[in-house]
Design a protein around this ligand. Structure first.
Ligand code: AMP
Ligand code: ZN
Length: 471
């Protein structure tokens, strides 16, 4: 058994496949942990709901590394084939995005992938080791479909080549759905000729009298791959037939990941994934994020309002990845204040040595307990408030931040360097004078004046504090 470099409780993860929290044990003890994450479909802006997922994946990678594992992390970029509906009908999301923004699909893919990486970097998410674009691996997807065809898992109809889910024994293993119940509620917009509602497209033909912007030759005719096949083809190409970990949003369990398992295991005869990790959703004020509700925000929107992206990261870390997270501006404000306070504490540390072992142990136990990051954050605060020697606190916090990824020390240095103009400091002093003589109306007026100049004064026990204003 490989023991992580941290002593104590070994890493335990909730596995959707077994619906239990299991000890994490990679397949190959001395090799890297293989991890695949379903990445973005680059047809529109990636919002803070999407980004919650990627911060979740980042936490997993960082916790694995903290435990002494090397990680080979692969992510795909879906730039073709992801249809609006999960039942193989409707438009390709990429073509829809292209129409909406009046650009070609290739330009749309470039534009939104760029925005995705900017958000990833702003949130201090480590980039995956391998980034694979679906359109770069069409030949691999065709090769995998050919294997499935040779093994008798496919059939061909006017619309494309389909996977016959009744030929794959454990089709409902991941979703635990009841096929009878599914049949009763089957959707009516089923593709003509499809044998069973759960069957899914491996290859779709281009419409007869229409040229798609993205289409390729194949042994079956001109068309494009179904969405699910890209993840099976690209993950197995890079990581081998059996992956240690596969991640995605909880919405992928019933269809996308169920279909990935069917295709991959039918082709190789081996278990596809050992641990399935699924992230819960982010809602805004209790509602789904959508442009029409006006509650659709990107990381860039958050920054425009004057927040540091690390405030958002701190907010994400406060909710366990399997819980739904409710985003409000008030909660972001509160997370931002907590983050700023943490940074302020860290700015008082002048040297670092040794470590607070008991706190480090507690921290490790928390993160290894199915990534209980909210509890690990509580440990961080306990350590800050403890009577451990300052250099030991500094050393342990810096170690903990390799997992949290909050850039605490770098931010502390930057904020120390942040100069508050003398004119603002004069106004703050003047306002303190007004408060001291009890003229609160005038002191409130003065606070507004300071605000209009772009600075916020807050009154604390130790006196007024000044910070740049958030809109
Ligand atoms: P979309 O680009 O809207 O098709 O979303 C792609 C994937 O991102 C979804 O399948 C989810 O796994 C994830 N996702 C979308 N919206 C959210 C959200 N509000 N919170 C968390 N994950 C989301
Ligand atoms: Zn996928």
């Amino acid at each position: 058994m490989k023991l992580g470099k941290q002593q104590g409780n070994m890493l335990r993860l909730y596995n959707t496949l077994t619906r239990t929290i299991e000890n994490f044990q990679p397949l190959h003890l001395n090799a890297s942990v293989s991890m695949y994450s379903c990445g973005p479909t680059v047809y529109d802006y990636q919002h803070i709901g999407h980004m919650r997922r990627y911060v979740g994946d980042d936490m997993l990678v960082r916790v694995l590394k903290y435990n002494g594992y090397k990680v080979d992390h692969v992510m795909n970029i879906t730039d073709v084939g992801h249809l609006v509906s999960d039942s193989d009908t409707g438009e390709d999301k990429m073509e829809k995005g292209a129409r909406k923004y009046g650009k070609s699909v290739w330009n749309i893919a470039k534009k939104f992938e760029k925005q995705f990486w900017i958000s990833i970097d702003e949130l201090n998410i480590k980039r995956p080791d391998y980034v694979m674009h679906a359109t770069d691996y069409i030949a691999d997807q065709i090769a995998l479909i050919k294997i499935l065809e040779e093994k008798g898992y496919t059939y061909r109809i006017d619309d494309g080549v389909y996977f016959d889910t009744t030929k794959f024994k454990n089709y409902y293993q991941l979703s635990r759905q009841n096929p009878q119940a599914l049949k009763a509620g089957a959707r009516v917009d089923i593709v003509a000729g499809k044998k069973h509602p759960e069957d899914f497209a491996l290859w779709k033909f281009s419409p007869k009298n229409e040229k798609r912007q993205m289409e390729w030759e194949s042994p079956w005719g001109i068309g494009f791959p179904g969405w699910h096949i890209e993840c099976s083809a690209m993950s197995m190409k890079t990581l081998g037939a059996t992956l240690d970990i596969h991640t995605g949003g909880i919405d992928h369990i019933n269809v996308h990941h169920t279909n990935e398992i069917a295709q991959s295991e039918a082709a190789t005869g081996k278990q596809f994934v050992r641990y399935w990790v699924h992230h819960n959703f982010l809602v805004v004020e209790g509602e789904k994020m959508s442009k029409s509700l006006g509650n659709f925000f990107t990381v860039q929107d958050v920054v425009k309002k004057g927040f540091n992206p690390m405030h958002l990261r701190y907010l994400y870390l406060q909710t366990h990845y399997r819980q739904e997270m409710n985003f409000t501006w008030e909660s972001l404000e509160a997370a931002g204040n907590a983050y700023d306070r943490l940074v302020k504490e860290i700015a008082t540390f002048t040297s670092s040595s040794g470590g607070a072992k008991q706190f480090e142990q507690q921290f490790t136990d928390n993160i290894n307990d199915d990534l209980n990051i909210p509890k690990a954050l509580a440990t961080v605060w306990e350590l800050i408030r403890s009577d451990e020697a300052l250099p030991a606190r500094a050393a342990s916090l810096s170690k903990m931040d390799t997992v949290l990824g909050l850039n605490l020390f770098a931010t502390a240095v930057k904020q120390e360097a942040l100069e508050i103009p003398q004119s603002i400091l004069n106004l703050v002093k003047e306002r303190e004078g007004l408060r001291k003589i009890g003229d609160f109306a005038a002191s409130d007026e003065m606070r507004e004046k300071i605000r209009s100049l772009g600075w916020e004064v807050s009154d604390t026990k130790t006196g007024p504090e000044v910070s740049p204003l958030r809109s």
